[in-house]
Design a protein around this ligand. Structure first.
Ligand code: 5GP
Length: 111
């Protein structure tokens, strides 16, 4: 069981900010911005490489949640959504997740 599955089952505590039947959002333990939340599907999809027409509904659901979550978290001036895929993408947890970052202006391009 990966670390995010343990967060879903509450084996590992986390600061949960949103939950529904399909996804969970919780604050990143190592925040890179004043607001840094991870949004994950409850169903384990290891990475973006594993998104198919059969499970893409999870991604569309998460992206429908993001605007509501951003408003809930007070991100009225914009935000960034990041997905890291694989080693070169900087992915460290093999459970699909989207970083929601805000509360400061973001640099571009990212490092
Ligand atoms: P990745 O590098 O895979 O895109 O992002 C994984 C993220 O998970 C990192 O930003 C890291 O700080 C966060 N993370 C890793 N372990 C835990 C944990 O146990 N709890 C929480 N809340 N975040 C975690």
């Amino acid at each position: 069981m990966n670390i995010f599955e343990k967060i879903i089952t509450r084996e590992i505590p986390s600061d949960i900010v949103y939950e529904d039947e399909m996804c969970l959002a919780f604050r990143d333990v190592n925040p890179q911005a004043p607001v840094h939340v991870l949004i994950i599907p409850k169903m384990c999809v290891p990475s973006t490489n594993d998104i198919t027409t059969d499970n893409a509904f999870l991604v569309s659901h998460i992206f429908a949640v993001i605007p509501k979550l951003a408003a809930q978290l007070g991100l009225t001036n914009g935000y960034r959504v990041v997905n890291n895929c694989g080693a070169d993408g900087g992915q460290t947890v093999e459970h699909l997740h989207f970083h929601l970052l805000g509360g400061r202006a973001m640099d571009w391009p990212p490092g």
